[in-house]
Design a protein around this ligand. Structure first.
Ligand code: NAD
Ligand code: MG
Length: 407
């Protein structure tokens, strides 16, 4: 079953013992375990060992950090997806009780194992699609941080989940907030979903100086500590564009019901407006451990390591409309969410390539949204693409960014 705006059963009405952990801890596969989401996931798991057990940890190249995690968490499997990086692992580096597998194909197989109850999809970028797809194909419950999966192939992914009886639960904090708020009403009662955005490090920076932004400046996020790619996406506000598309497919919402508001404190993680005008918001400090735990424990809740709001301190919540001139990426997100089809895949690939080039010092900050707009406008749109069409256009969009840079 895919996540929909249908409210799940009220946990409070379930059996009186429903807040207790089940007899056996849930086996969790953490894909991208060495990243920002991956390490927070291991903190959540470590704090609730009676509920969760790390069955599999996977990373690409960060072998040293991965082996540290293996020694601490003792998973049954460790997967290194980059064979070159795996070649450097010496005999005896893996403790007894853990087995090593290498390559993305091995990961696709291992997420399907019966011992895997929940899959945390936290690989960054388009590379996360294949293992998320494999997990859904095997009918697993997937805690989805890798928004790119839905941005690229939302309709196909949601159809697969429905066909295989798999469940997708959001880890992205905005979508987690929306998922929680949607439990208060029925889909036909929802009039608007409002995603909050911190505004990033350049919320107040004048337009004239945006072309001069350096990677170091863009990597300094005011409220969230995240991996480099999503941090740059937050600075351009392309992250919000990707999240609009993610919400479009995850909650089956038409584009016109989706809105963005800038909220610099990152305490209100998103809001849902219902037919009577009531707006429900989810609040908590900016800490990904809460949405991660929500996706692992859903439909139940329990105490965990995430920070809590302290209402004894002054708490100020500001909201302002996003600036479409300084942050043109948001318009691209609205457009891609409304048009659907191949737009998400093309926008995602162009952005991923452009962010890489900006970080390498080969593109200006403002070039990112500009080249994305060009590539999106110039692509051969298809309304109902296959996975092969998506892969082909992903490669095409990346080449276009390279060509644009050289032009
Ligand atoms: P990160 O860069 O910190 O970590 C990425 C992880 O993916 C690492 O473990 C890395 O080894 C692995 N990886 C990279 N390339 C890979 C490949 N080709 N094959 C297999 N594994 C690969 O990234 P992050 O910030 O943790 O973000 C992960 C995902 O979660 C992204 O899709 C991001 O948009 C999403 N997300 C992150 C946050 C956050 O707070 N960091 C919040 C919301 C959503
Ligand atoms: Mg987010």
């Amino acid at each position: 079953m895919a996540a929909t705006p249908t409210p799940p059963a009220d946990p409070a009405s379930e059996s009186p013992t429903s807040s207790l952990p089940s007899a056996a801890p849930l086996g969790v596969a953490v894909l991208g375990s060495t990243g920002s989401i991956g390490t927070s996931t291991l903190e959540v798991i470590g704090a609730s060992q009676e509920r969760f057990r790390p069955h599999l940890l996977a990373a690409h190249r960060s072998v040293g950090a991965l082996l540290d995690q293996v020694r601490l968490h003792r998973p049954t499997w460790v997967v290194v997806t980059d064979p070159q990086a795996a070649a450097g692992i010496g005999a005896g580096a893996i403790p007894a009780g853990t087995r090593l597998a290498v390559g993305p194909e091995a990961l696709d197989d291992l997420v399907r194992a019966p011992e895997v109850d929940r899959v945390v999809s936290a690989i960054v970028g388009a590379a996360g699609l294949r293992s998320t797809w494999a997990a859904l194909d095997a009918g697993k419950t997937v805690a989805l941080a890798n928004k790119e999966t839905l941005v690229m192939a939302g309709p196909l992914v949601m159809r697969l989940a429905a066909e295989r009886g798999a469940t997708l639960l959001p880890v992205d904090s905005e979508h987690s907030a929306i998922h929680q708020a949607l439990r208060s009403g029925t889909p036909d009662e929802v009039t608007r979903v409002i995603l909050t955005a911190s505004g990033g490090p350049f919320r107040t920076r004048p337009r004239e100086s945006l072309p001069d932004v350096t990677p170091a400046e863009a990597l300094r996020h005011p409220t969230w500590s995240m991996g480099p790619k999503i941090t740059i996406d937050s600075a351009t506000m392309m992250n919000k564009a990707l999240e609009l598309i993610e919400a479009r497919w995850l909650f089956d919402l038409p584009g016109e019901k989706l809105a963005v508001v800038v909220h610099p404190q990152s305490v209100v993680h998103s809001m849902v407006e219902f037919a009577d005008g009531s707006v429900l918001a989810q609040l908590s400090p900016p800490d990904m451990k809460l949405p991660i735990q929500y996706a692992l424990s859903h439909p139940r809740r329990h105490a965990g390591p995430a920070r809590r709001l302290d209402f004894r301190e002054c708490l100020r919540l500001d909201f302002e409309p996003p600036d479409p001139v300084r942050f043109p990426a948001i318009r691209l997100g609205h457009e891609a969410a409304a048009r659907g089809g191949t737009c998400g895949a093309v926008l995602n690939a162009a952005n991923e390539e452009a962010v890489g080039r900006f970080l390498a010092g080969e593109m200006r900050f403002t070039d990112i949204a500009e080249v994305c707009a060009r590539v999106l406008d110039g692509h051969a749109y298809q309304a109902d693409p296959s996975l092969d069409d998506i892969r082909r256009l992903d490669a095409w969009a990346r080449q276009e960014v390279v060509r644009w840079k050289c032009a």
